[in-house]
Ligand binder design. Structure first.
Ligand SMILES: C[S@@+](CC[C@H](N)C(=O)[O-])C[C@H]1O[C@@H](n2cnc3c(N)ncnc32)[C@H](O)[C@@H]1O
Length: 261
């Protein structure tokens, strides 16, 4: 699905709406070991590298993404990446201080495999590990199929001013049905097309799935910082933890994150 990493990176590597929230979370947790699930090509690596973490691990199902993560990191002492399906047990999570699951990564899992994926995450999770999750029911908050639209005309507010000009080269459309939420992206210069098949995964349904696994959760916010909140997109930005994690500590981590924003 993410085989055209070069095109993907040109468009997405500088996408940063979630950076303030993830930065604040890393600041509060001060992790020694960071793991990212569905890490992609390492878009968030610039934040990880700024921390004092001695180990930064990216896990992704696509080998092209894993390679790109390592290459983008260019800090081989601390950075590793592995091909790993989120639906399988991942013992590597046991001693992580923080696991990042951003950009609605669970939307990539087929509905029939979700239970298995949550079960694998829950079984792999250390008692002292925090998961930071950011999830949205629909890509770009569009719950209906759309025609082709230009990124610059519709979504430039997600990118920093200096990165916006390249957006004029890309158009996108969606095909949404009851189960699927498929995004098509076309590079106008090369006519190359990328297609990302995701599944509609309602926030409330996700919360139910998290509860079934006996994971604790605390929502931090339902939107990114104000600068990025137009159009308003309801998100589930939350911390998850093992059932034995100190609940008071979880609340205090949330409060400290909010103080930094
Ligand atoms: C939208 S990208 C997000 C990448 C990165 N987390 C970011 O925020 O930029 C989703 C990533 O999840 C990966 N992915 C999809 N299904 C997966 C699975 N079952 N296990 C692990 N990774 C998966 C994809 O290959 C892709 O790189």
């Amino acid at each position: 699905m993410y085989t055209k990493v070069k095109n993907y990176n040109e468009l997405f590597i500088k996408l940063r709406p979630d950076f303030p929230m993830i930065w604040a979370t890393l600041e509060v947790i001060q992790p020694n070991k960071i793991v990212e699930y569905g890490a992609g090509s390492g878009r968030i690596l610039p934040l990880y590298i700024q921390t004092n973490a001695y180990e930064i691990v990216g896990l992704d199902i696509e080998i092209s993404m894993v390679n790109s993560f390592i290459e983008y990191g260019n800090d081989t002492n601390r950075i590793t990446a592995y091909c790993q399906d989120v639906c399988e047990y991942a013992p590597i999570l046991k001693d992580a201080d923080i696991v990042i699951m951003t950009s609605s990564v669970m939307k990539h899992i087929e509905p029939k495999l979700r239970e298995r994926a949550w079960n694998a995450i829950s079984n792999s999770l250390g008692e002292n590990t925090i998961i930071f999750i950011d999830h949205c029911t629909y890509i770009y908050d569009q719950n209906e199929s759309t025609k082709w639209q230009n990124y610059y005309d519709t979504l430039k507010f997600w990118w920093a001013e200096e990165d916006r000009s390249k957006l004029k080269n890309y158009i996108w459309k969606k095909n949404v049905n009851r189960k699927e939420d498929i995004l098509y992206i076309k590079d106008l210069k090369t006519e190359e097309e990328m297609c990302f098949r995701t599944f509609v995964y309602d926030i409330d349904e996700m919360i139910e799935d998290i509860k079934k696994e006996n994971l604790q959760y605390i929502q931090i916010s339902d939107t990114f910082t104000l600068a990025y909140s137009k159009p308003y997109t309801k998100r589930f930005i939350a911390l998850l933890a093992h059932k034995n994690f100190d609940t008071k500590r979880l609340s205090s981590i949330k409060e400290n994150i909010l103080k930094l924003l």
